[in-house]
Design a protein around this ligand. Structure first.
Ligand SMILES: Nc1ncnc2c1ncn2[C@@H]1O[C@H](COP(=O)(O)OP(=O)(O)OP(=O)(O)O)[C@@H](O)[C@H]1O
Length: 606
C-alpha cells in the first residue's frame, strides 16, 4: 500500500488531526469534486455574476445622491431651484427599484444553480453508494451513508445558497466601496484600510480553528445519525431486551459530543464576527472624529463626510457577512471532504471490462479457494476445492461462525476469493457481467426483504418484465396465491401499509415466489432461523421443494426437514469442510458431526 492509498476514500474520516500534506490532498480532492459539480453550470453562473455586479453598482449610487442632495440639492432648493433635489430623489428611487429587481433575479438564478448542483451531488452519491461492494457497506454502516446524504448535503446547500450570495456581495461591495472611499477622501480611506491588517490576521486564525472544529462536527453528527438509525432498525430487539436506557446513554454521549463540537465551531464564528464588528466600529469612530474635525476646519464638506460614513457602514456589513460565509465554508468543506471520500471508494468486486457470457447449466466449482474478509483479518476459509454438479441441492451445516454464509456469499459473488477462483459453468465469476450473474444466481437471505410497493411489485423483482399472469403463477407454484388473494387489495396490497403487513412465513413465501419467477440456474438460500408454526413450516417446506426443482442449490440449512431433502450435506467447521456426503450416508456412518446433529434434531422433535 502506498502512502497515498492509505488516505484514499473514507480512510481519513475518523482522524481528527491530519498532517498538512494529507490535509492538502483532501482539500484538493474536495475542490476537484466542487469543480466538477459547478462546471456544467458555468454559463448561468456567469449570468449570476453579471447580475450581482449590476446589483452592487446600483446600490452604490444611493449615498452619492444623498451627498449631492445635501451639498447642492438642498442649498439650491433653499434658493428656490428644486430641480437638482428632484433629480437626486428621482435617481435614488430608480436605483432602489433597480437594486431590488436585480437582487431578486440574482437570488433566483443562484438558487436554481445551487439546487441543480445539489441534485447532481445527491444522485451521484446515491448511485455510487449503491454500486459499492458489500464489504464497504458492512464496515461503513447505513447510518453514516444517511448522514452523508442528509446532514452533509444540507451544509453544502447552505454554502451554495447563502454563502455564495454573501461572498459575491461582500467581495464586490468591498472592491467598489473601497474604490469610492479612495475617491471621496484618500486620508480617511487609508485609515479604514489600516483596519484590514488585524482583520486578515483574524481570518487566518478563524480558518484554522473552524476547519478543525467543523471536521469534528461532521464526524459527530454522523455518529448521532448512526446511533439513531441502528436503534430504529433494531427497535424490536431494543424493546425486547430493554435496551432503551443503554441506548439513551450512548446517544447522550454522541449528542453531547455533537453539541460540544458545534459549540467550539460557533464560538470561533462569534469571536471572528465580534472582532470584525469591533474593528469596523473603531474605524467608524476614528473616521467620524477626524472627519468632524476637518469639516469644522473647513477642509471637508459635510455631504462628503455623510457619504463616507454611510459607505463605511456598508463596507463593514459585508465583512460581517463574510464571517458567516467563512462559517458555512468551513462546515461545507468538511462535508465535501467526507462526501468526496465516499465517492473515491471503489467497488472491491469489480465488473470486468470484457465479460464472458455464462453458458447454461449450473455447475459450481471452487478451485483452490482461500478467503479472508480484509487484509488484516484472519483467514476464514483456508484453501479448499469443491465441485457442486448442476442440479444438486447442497445443505451447508455447522456451528455458528463456521463459515457457511461466507461460502454462500462467494457463490453469489458478494465477495471475490482472496486466492483461487469460483466458477459457474466453467466461467470464473470475476469474468462475468453483473447482470448475467444476477439472473443466473439468486440469493434469498434470511432478511426476506420487502421493498415498499405492492406484493406483485415485490414478486416481480425477480423478473421486472413479468406479466401479472406470470407473477400469479409463480405465487401459486410456491403456495402463496391463497393468502395474497385474501389480502385487502390482493396482489396490489401495499406491503408497508396497515393490512398489508406480512407474517414471517408469508414474507418467506413471497421471497420464494420472487426466486421462482427469476428462475435462476443457481439458488443460494440462507434459511430463516426463526421458527414458524407447524402449518406455516409445512407451507414453506413445500414451497422450498418446488423452488429447488431443476436447479443447483446451496442452502445454509437450519432445519432437519431441509437437510433431509438435500442431495448432499457439507459439514463446515472452522472454515473447513469436514464431512461431505448424502444425508443418509452420513447418518448411516453414525460417527461424524452430522450424525450427532441429526440425533440432536430428532431428540428436539420428540
Ligand atoms: N464482514 C465480515 N468481516 C469480517 N469477518 C467476518 C465478516 N463476516 C463474517 N466474518 C467472520 O467469518 C467467520 C465465518 O462467518 P460466517 O458468517 O460465514 O459463519 P456462519 O457459519 O454462516 O455462521 P452463522 O450460522 O452464525 O450465520 C466468522 O468468524 C465471522 O466472525
Amino acid at each position: 500500500m502506498t502512502q497515498d492509498d492509505a488516505w484514499r476514500g473514507v480512510a481519513a474520516e475518523e482522524v481528527q488531526e491530519l498532517n498538512s500534506a494529507v490535509g492538502a490532498k483532501l482539500q484538493a480532492r474536495s475542490r476537484k469534486l466542487l469543480g466538477s459539480l459547478i462546471r456544467p453550470h458555468l454559463w448561468p453562473a456567469g449570468a449570476a455574476l453579471a447580475l450581482v455586479v449590476l446589483q452592487n453598482l446600483s446600490s452604490l449610487v444611493g449615498p452619492l445622491l444623498i451627498a449631492a442632495a445635501i451639498d447642492s440639492g438642498i442649498p439650491s432648493a433653499i434658493r428656490g431651484d428644486t430641480s437638482t433635489l428632484a433629480w437626486c430623489i428621482g435617481g435614488y428611487a430608480f436605483s432602489a427599484i433597480a437594486n431590488s429587481g436585480l437582487l431578486m433575479a440574482f437570488q433566483r438564478l443562484a438558487a436554481r444553480i445551487s439546487q441543480d448542483v445539489l441534485l447532481d451531488l445527491r444522485q451521484r452519491l446515491f448511485r455510487h453508494v449503491q454500486r459499492l461492494s458489500l464489504s464497504f457497506h458492512e464496515s461503513y454502516t447505513s447510518g453514516k451513508v444517511i448522514s452523508r446524504l442528509t446532514a452533509d448535503m444540507e451544509s453544502i446547500g447552505k454554502l451554495l445558497e447563502d454563502g455564495l450570495d454573501n461572498l459575491l456581495n461582500a467581495v464586490l461591495s468591498l472592491a467598489f466601496i473601497g474604490t469610492l472611499l479612495l475617491i471621496l477622501d484618500v486620508p480617511l480611506a487609508l485609515i479604514v484600510m489600516a483596519g484590514f491588517i488585524p482583520l486578515v490576521l483574524m481570518l487566518r486564525w478563524f480558518r484554522a480553528t473552524s476547519g478543525r472544529a467543523y471536521r469534528a462536527t461532521r464526524g459527530a453528527i454522523a455518529k448521532v445519525i448512526v446511533q439513531f438509525v441502528e436503534t430504529m432498525n433494531g427497535i424490536r430487539a431494543v424493546q425486547a431486551f430493554r435496551r432503551e436506557r443503554r441506548n439513551e446513554s450512548i446517544m447522550d454521549v454522541e449528542n453531547a459530543s455533537y453539541r460540544d463540537s458545534n459549540y467550539t465551531a460557533t464560538s470561533a464564528v462569534a469571536t471572528f464576527a465580534a472582532s470584525v464588528r469591533f474593528i469596523g466600529n473603531v474605524s467608524l469612530a476614528v473616521v467620524l472624529g477626524i472627519g468632524a474635525w476637518r469639516v469644522t476646519g473647513g477642509s471637508m464638506e459635510l455631504g462628503v463626510l455623510t457619504a463616507f460614513t454611510l459607505y463605511l457602514r456598508r463596507f463593514y456589513d459585508p465583512l460581517d457577512e463574510l464571517a458567516q460565509v467563512a462559517n458555512s465554508y468551513a462546515s461545507a468543506s468538511a462535508a465535501l471532504e467526507k462526501i468526496s471520500g465516499v465517492l473515491e471508494e471503489e467497488p472491491t468486486v469489480v465488473e470486468p471490462a470484457h465479460p464472458k457470457p455464462l453458458p447454461p447449466g449450473g455447475t459450481i466449482e471452487f478451485n483452490q479457494v482461500e478467503f479472508r474478509y480484509g487484509p488484516e483479518t484472519p483467514v476464514v476459509l483456508p484453501k479448499f476445492d469443491l465441485t457442486i454438479p448442476a442440479g444438486q441441492t447442497v445443505a451447508l451445516v455447522g456451528a455458528t461462525g463456521a463459515g457457511k454464509s461466507t461460502i454462500a456469499k462467494l457463490v453469489a459473488r458478494f465477495y471475490d476469493p482472496t486466492a483461487g477462483s469460483v466458477r459457474l459453468s466453467g466461467v470464473d465469476l470475476r469474468d462475468t457481467a453483473d447482470e448475467d450473474l444476477r439472473t443466473k444466481v439468486v440469493m434469498v437471505t434470511q432478511e426476506n426483504f420487502l421493498f415498499s410497493g405492492s406484493v406483485a411489485d415485490n414478486i416481480a423483482l425477480g423478473k421486472p418484465s413479468a406479466t401479472r399472469g406470470e407473477i400469479e403463477s409463480a405465487a401459486a407454484a410456491v403456495g402463496a396465491h391463497e393468502f395474497i388473494a385474501a389480502l385487502p387489495d390482493g396482489y396490489d396490497t401495499d406491503v408497508r401499509k396497515r393490512g398489508g403487513r406480512l407474517s414471517a412465513g408469508q414474507r418467506q413465501l413471497v421471497a420464494f415466489a420472487r426466486a421462482f419467477l427469476a428462475d435462476p440456474s443457481v439458488l443460494v438460500l440462507d434459511e430463516a432461523t426463526s421458527s414458524l408454526d407447524v402449518p406455516g413450516e409445512r407451507a414453506v417446506q413445500a414451497a422450498l421443494e418446488t423452488v429447488l426443482t431443476d436447479r443447483t442449490a446451496v442452502i445454509i440449512a437450519h432445519r432437519l426437514s431441509t437437510v433431509l431433502i438435500a442431495d448432499r450435506v457439507l459439514v463446515v467447521d472452522g472454515g473447513r469442510i469436514v464431512e461431505d456426503g448424502s444425508p443418509a450416508d452420513l447418518v448411516a456412518e453414525g460417527r461424524g458431526e452430522f450424525a450427532a446433529l441429526h440425533q440432536a434434531w430428532l431428540e428436539s422433535l420428540a
